[in-house]
Write a protein that binds this ligand. Structure first.
Ligand code: DGJ
Length: 727
């Protein structure tokens, strides 16, 4: 049993193979957090200490006992108004506008299998034995409010998930002003907070800071999980490394605004937390209504960041991604964006398609510009009428011609948007999220459709459905190119719009997935602006960044790898000089950077030389041979975050017998020091053969001292090593 309840102490214990999580409903009915760390037996309630802490209030029931205060005790779901002045998880107002919600333990339930969340993405179990669910109910009598804390335990994956359902069980309106889904309290210890910040074209940059007094906050107020901060954090001991030490991860299964962070309090206790953004959020619950706090996926590793990342990789691969494309071999795509931008017609598309076929590409994705009036990014979003005069035929005919070459056809769409200059806007100005009588903000000249409205969702579904019915499109690139600013809806209460927008998006994606299970959807938001586990539930791959420069991608992929597996991260080889940075890098290096993900090309093959074409043909053949280990193998980072001299990473097959190791060096210097690369995760005591050089290495020596890299003769040299275990 992975979930245990002790009736005498009212202690709940959740076990995974390598971790234990514990909490206790105490004598006052408060749910206190006791422990999250390495797998352990017994109870950790001796962790709790009580002392008279000035200016830290006590609940009335504690009487004269001034040593009991929620301002200092570790808790599972601290709520505002109970004397806890730290970052709390829940803030509510009653119908009179009064704040405060004192929550007491009311009961529990343990079930086999993993809970699911109505309308929201969540980790799922592949069979009932893979997971267990614990539901703890807390209640507030005055408000008639019930809080269900949901815990999902996947023991073999070392994963514990958390979510929360807030329900108004009374008759009067209650407004939820703030809702977090999970927090972790640590009574002692000194930690680092690791987050992944960035911007458009440079997403998910690794950042490690000591947790200091006060709060370190990350989040997004943009209505999307954002380029700026990924909804993912790691708390770690100061001495935790890739290979050793304790660390705890929190990853949000949600694609909208969020808030997360760490707080070091007055007594050097640490709280980490994750939940919905409070921006423009005031969620009214009438009688019997509820709101669900999106899921947080937690994992603990006592073996450093490497193991923590592998836990997330497994969970996303097997318990977040769904459907036919969960495990299917990734098609190698050629996307027309950097090849043609808006400047194309049917003839040019077919030229690219023919060349692509000769190179060994599987699928041609026609990016932006295929519909009426869309010759730049200023207009036409929302209309989605195929521009047959530009294509020279119908979309169906074009897809058929591509298919006849032996290629699959894919198409770019941006269904959540509307241009002011569009038929749709002229007919339905109220469908755009803009404040009446005020000039809207524009992002890439466009406005956001109000997905909290049913008629808008119906329209979007019908548009996508009609595209998929008229042409054999087997892949959609689902783009999203601005943040939400005006959360105004003509229909939905404005404190609900941001959250209901996400429910609306998930509803549309779910409907498309179930009606068109053979269509693979790639998520995209100006590259990686909505790169999160929520989107991955519907779109099993995401365009990682609009930056295709191989060297910048090294850092983007490095940061992304902490929370997400290679197989979900789309990466393409593009031309040089690179369109975003102007950098020139060898074709082999661009290939190596791109093959660390869902691999493809983003260039016009007509401009490749004969030698380059030959190289691309070999790259594609080689990628196909390696795609299994890349998509399913265990992933290891082998270099430091600053990538100063070189960047290296490695995939190991499940049985430990095959290794693919990639290295890219950075700037070359005169008479450089020797670079050594140190593999990880080999079978101790075994020997490995380098398949190219035939050299034999002892695994333990390799993992300890590494092997010398042939010195680079230019900047940005790329190396591919393949080792196999021989005994
Ligand atoms: C932004 C995407 O990230 C690009 O790859 C491309 O699809 C453009 N949008 C098209 O407008």
């Amino acid at each position: 049993m992975s979930i245990e309840y002790d009736n005498n102490t009212r202690i709940f214990t959740l076990h995974t193979n390598n971790s234990t999580y514990q909490m206790q409903a105490d004598s006052f009915g408060y749910l206190l957090h006791l422990y999250y760390g390495r797998r352990a037996n017994g109870f950790a309630n001796w962790e709790l200490t009580y002392a008279d802490r000035g200016f830290s209030a006590s609940p009335y029931d504690a009487g004269n006992d001034r040593t009991y205060s929620l301002d200092v005790l570790p808790q599972e779901f601290p709520s505002q108004g109970t004397g806890d002045y730290r970052n709390t998880m829940l803030e509510v107002r009653d119908s009179e506008g009064v704040y405060g919600c004192d929550l007491r333990y009311d009961g529990y339930e343990i079930r086999d299998g993993k809970y699911s969340l109505n309308g929201l993405p969540a980790v799922y179990a592949n069979h009932n034995e893979e997971a267990q669910t614990l539901i703890i109910t807390l209640k507030n009598e005055r408000l008639n409010l019930s809080v269900k804390l949901l815990y999902g335990v996947l023991p073999d994956k070392d994963i514990i998930t958390r979510s929360v359902i807030i329900k108004n069980e009374g008759t009067k309106k209650i407004t939820v002003m703030k809702l977090c889904s999970a927090c972790l309290d640590f009574t002692h210890g000194s930690f680092d907070l690791i987050t992944f910040h960035g911007h458009h074209m440079m997403e998910r940059q690794f950042d490690r800071q000591e947790v200091h007094h006060g709060s370190s906050l990350i989040g997004s107020r943009r209505g999307m999980s954002s380029h700026q901060y990924n909804p993912f954090l790691i708390l770690a001991d100061h001495d935790t490394t890739e290979k050793s030490g304790r660390c705890w991860g929190m990853q949000f299964v949600y694609s909208g605004g969020f808030e997360a962070g760490a707080e070091l309090d007055q007594f050097n206790q640490t709280r980490v937390f994750m939940g919905l953004s409070q921006e423009k959020f005031a969620y009214e619950l009438e009688a019997d209504e509820e709101i669900i706090g999106p899921e947080v996926i937690m994992t603990f590793s006592n073996e450093g960041f490497g193991k923590l990342s592998q836990n997330y990789h497994e969970c996303i691969r097997e318990n977040i991604r769904r459907g036919k494309f969960r495990d299917a071999e990734r098609p190698i795509v050629l996307n027309t964006w950097e090849a043609l931008y808006f400047d194309f017609n049917g003839k040019k598309i077919m030229e690219v398609a023919r060349e692509a076929k000769e190179l060994g590409i599987d699928m041609l994705v026609i990016d932006d510009g295929w519909f009426m009036n869309r010759n730049d990014d200023c207009r036409a979003l929302g209309d989605w009428t195929v521009d047959e005069s530009k294509l020279g035929c119908s979309l169906g005919e074009l897809a058929n011609m591509i298919n006849e070459l032996g290629l699959k056809a894919g198409l770019w769409v941006e269904p959540e948007m509307i241009s002011e200059d569009s038929r749709l806007y002229r007919e339905h100005p109220d469908w755009a999220m803009i404040i009446p009588n005020e000039k809207p903000t524009l992002g890439r000249n466009q406005l956001v459709l109000d997905l909290s409205r049913n008629d808008v969702r119906e329209y979007i579904f019908n548009v996508i459905s009609s595209i998929l019915e008229q042409a054999n499109i087997e892949y959609l690139k689902w783009d999203y190119n601005r943040s939400i600013n005006e959360a105004f809806s003509h229909e939905t209460d404005n404190g609900k719009t941001m959250y209901d927008y996400m429910l609306g998006l998930y509803e549309i994606l779910e409907r498309i997935n179930s009606c068109y299970p053979n269509v693979l959807i790639e998520g995209c938001a100006g590259g990686g602006g909505r790169f999160d586990a929520g989107m991955l539930y519907y779109t099993p791959r995401i365009w990682c960044s609009d930056n295709t420069d191989a060297i910048d991608r090294l850092k983007i992929h490095y940061g992304t790898s902490f929370g997400y597996p290679a197989s979900v991260l789309s990466a393409h080889v593009s031309v040089c000089p690179n369109h975003q940075t102007g950098r020139i890098t060898p074709l082999k290096t661009r290939y190596i950077a791109a093959m660390s993900g869902a691999f493809g090309y983003e260039l016009n093959p007509s401009f490749l030389s004969a030698d380059e074409k030959q190289e691309v043909i070999s790259q594609i053949e080689q990628y196909k041979q390696n795609s299994k280990i890349i998509n399913e193998g265990l992933y290891y980072r082998l270099s430091a975050p600053d990538c100063e001299t070189f960047c290296a990473w490695e995939y190991i097959s499940r049985d430990g017998s095959k290794i693919l190791l990639n290295v890219i060096t950075l700037l070359n210097h005169g008479n450089m020091s020797q670079i050594y690369v140190t593999p990880k995760g080999l079978t101790p005591g075994a020997f490995y053969r380098d398949i190219e050089s035939e050299k034999i290495y002892a695994a333990d020596i390799l993992m300890d001292s590494g092997f010398p890299l042939k010195m680079p003769t230019r900047d940005f040299e790329g190396y591919i090593f393949r080792f196999e275990r021989i005994q």
